[in-house]
Each structure stands twice: as C-alpha cells, then as structure tokens.
Design a protein around this ligand. Structure first.
Ligand SMILES: Cc1cc2nc3c(=O)[nH]c(=O)nc-3n(C[C@H](O)[C@H](O)[C@H](O)COP(=O)(O)O)c2cc1C
Length: 137
C-alpha cells in the first residue's frame, strides 16, 4: 500500500519558468531517493500537487513543504491509502498550465481550487484532471 496526498497552495510570488525548473530539479532528486512520485501543477500563482509513496516519507515531505516560504496557505485537500500509484515513474513533473496552453480548459478549476467528491467521498475532479493532463502530455 502507498499513501497519496493532494494539496493546494498559493505561490509567494509569480513563479518564472526558471523558478519552476529549479524547484523541479530539487524535488526530483529528493523524490527519487525516497521513492516518491507525483505531479505539480502551477497556474496563476496556484500550486496543486499530488505526492505518493510510503506514508512515512509522504508525511516527512509534506512537513517540509508546509514550511517552505516560497508558498503559503498550504491546504491539504485529500489523502488516502492507495494500492497502485497514479504517477508511477514520475519522480515529479511540473506542469506550467499557462505554458502548455491548457489554461482555458482548466482555469476554472485551478482558479477556484474547487474539488468535487463523488458519492463514495472520493475526490474525483483534481485527481482525474491531473491524470488526464499526464496522459495528454
Ligand atoms: C510548491 C512546492 C512543491 C514542492 N515539492 C517538493 C517535492 O515534491 N519534493 C521535494 O523534495 N521538495 C519539494 N519542495 C521543496 C520543499 O518544500 C523543501 O524546500 C525541500 O524538501 C527541502 O527541505 P529541507 O531543506 O528542509 O530539507 C516543494 C516546494 C514547493 C514550494
């Protein structure tokens, strides 16, 4: 079993492509070492990130992420045990939505940060959006 955690946050400043790249290089190194996979989406100063791996590793990483001054209002929106990783092989990919031209499709979701849950309480929107983006890139 793995642990999966989704959160959103607000960037402390506008992130440039270079800022995102630096974050990605830093994250990939650590995540590879700790067998953590996931995906980080950036749009209009909003971050949404999924991280998955051993529970202890996810807790440790999320503790570090929460106190990172590069962003604020770090809000966990979902966490659960999972049997299979949704982002196997992805030590951390960062999608800059503005850059990929996906902003029209996803801006409402990303701007409002609204998540929807299905009847069983499973968070569907954010995970399915992140996964469909992964499949489309
Ligand atoms: C939006 C955002 C996402 C991040 N994602 C990761 C990540 O997936 N993996 C990682 O190692 N660091 C990530 N970081 C960086 C951590 O917050 C932190 O800087 C890093 O773990 C080093 O912490 P340390 O100096 O306390 O060891 C992220 C930072 C931000 C702002």
């Amino acid at each position: 079993m793995f642990h999966e955690l989704v959160y959103q946050s607000i960037a402390a400043k506008d992130f440039t492509a270079d800022d995102l790249k630096e974050l990605m290089i830093q994250s990939r190194k650590y995540n590879k070492e700790k067998d953590i996979t996931g995906c980080l989406v950036y749009h209009n100063r909003t971050f949404i990130q999924v991280i998955e791996g051993e529970k202890e590793e996810i807790d440790t990483l999320f503790r570090k992420i929460k106190v990172d001054t590069r962003h604020m209002k770090v809000t966990k929106s979902w966490e659960s045990e999972i049997e299979t990783r949704g982002f196997a092989g992805w030590s951390m990919s960062i999608m800059n939505i503005n850059q990929h031209g996906l902003d029209k499709v996803f801006s409402n979701f990303l701007d409002t940060g609204e998540f929807s849950y299905d009847v069983s309480g499973i968070l569907t929107t954010s995970k399915s959006i992140l996964r469909s983006m992964k499949d489309n890139l």
